[in-house]
Design a protein around this ligand. Structure first.
Ligand code: AP5
Ligand code: MG
Length: 219
């Protein structure tokens, strides 16, 4: 199964992707996590991406495609994937089709988490005090939310014309969002005839989430 998780900053993409990956036996691939690993490792990609991330701007499409290609190809050969934070522009969505189609990848579902701007700001300001993520400051949060509205939200119409789009209220407590997603995905999966993959063996190293993998482009 291939899932795209589309939601504004702080909507719970990372939180919910972890549950979904486990339930459906797919890899959780977070473009933001992969980019932050590159920044931390000081790779060429990390050095090129750091300033964009700190400003809350999108990293250039070519860099993002570069780091995602290998994890997406590897996940496609296995149970599939949930992409968290990618695509973020129509240009990225079109590039993603060009990568996925030769792999004979299965049906795609776009899962949209909707949360009010006030709640998103509250969550991210709070996280900023806990984790020190460099882009969780009031000014950068506001810019990230504007970038989402201008560049990423149009993807919802783009996918509505091509794939199954599921929208879930992400403003509920975490467990309620998880339950709503599971219900919606099970319904969509049955409607689209997508079988559940076998559960992965926790001891199998190939079962490690792709977002935990070493930065591919640093090699
Ligand atoms: P990315 O890492 O993708 O960040 P983001 O989209 O800004 O989203 P976050 O990770 O902040 O939030 P989330 O939706 O994952 O929510 P979370 O579960 O953490 O991207 C960062 C940057 O990398 C971008 O700005 C850009 O520069 C670059 N980038 C990444 N992908 C790119 C791409 N494809 N193209 C170009 N550039 C790219 O939850 C947030 C907080 O809320 C947590 O504290 C959590 O505990 C809490 N929370 C979650 N759910 C709930 C709930 N239901 N109720 C209460 N609290 C909740
Ligand atoms: Mg995230």
């Amino acid at each position: 199964m291939r899932l795209l998780l589309i939601g504004p900053p702080g909507s719970g993409k990372g939180t919910q992707a972890t549950f979904i990956a486990e339930r459906y036996g797919v890899d959780h691939i977070s473009s933001g996590d992969l980019l932050r690993r590159h920044v931390a490792s000081g790779s060429a990609i990390g050095r090129a991406a750091a300033a964009c991330i700190d400003r809350g701007d999108l990293v250039p499409d070519a860099l993002v495609m570069d780091i995602l290609r290998k994890p997406v190809e590897a996940a496609s050969r296995r149970g599939g994937y949930i992409l968290d934070g990618f695509p973020r522009t129509v240009a990225q969505a079109e590039a993603a089709y060009r990568v996925a189609e030769p792999l004979g990848a299965s049906v795609r579902i776009a899962l949209h988490l909707s949360v009010s701007r006030e709640e998103l700001t509250r969550r991210l300001l709070h996280r900023g005090t806990q984790t020190g993520r460099t882009d969780d400051t009031a000014e950068v949060i506001a810019h990230r939310l504007d970038v989402f509205a201008a560049s990423t939200a149009p993807l919802l119409d783009y996918y509505a014309a091509r794939e199954t789009v599921i929208s879930v209220d992400g403003e509920q407590p975490v467990e309620d969002v998880t339950r709503a997603i599971a219900d919606e995905l099970d319904r969509a999966r049955r409607r689209l005839g997508i079988a559940l993959p076998p559960q992965r063996d926790a001891d199998d190293p190939r079962s490690a989430p792709a977002s935990d993998a070493a930065p591919s482009a640093a090699r």
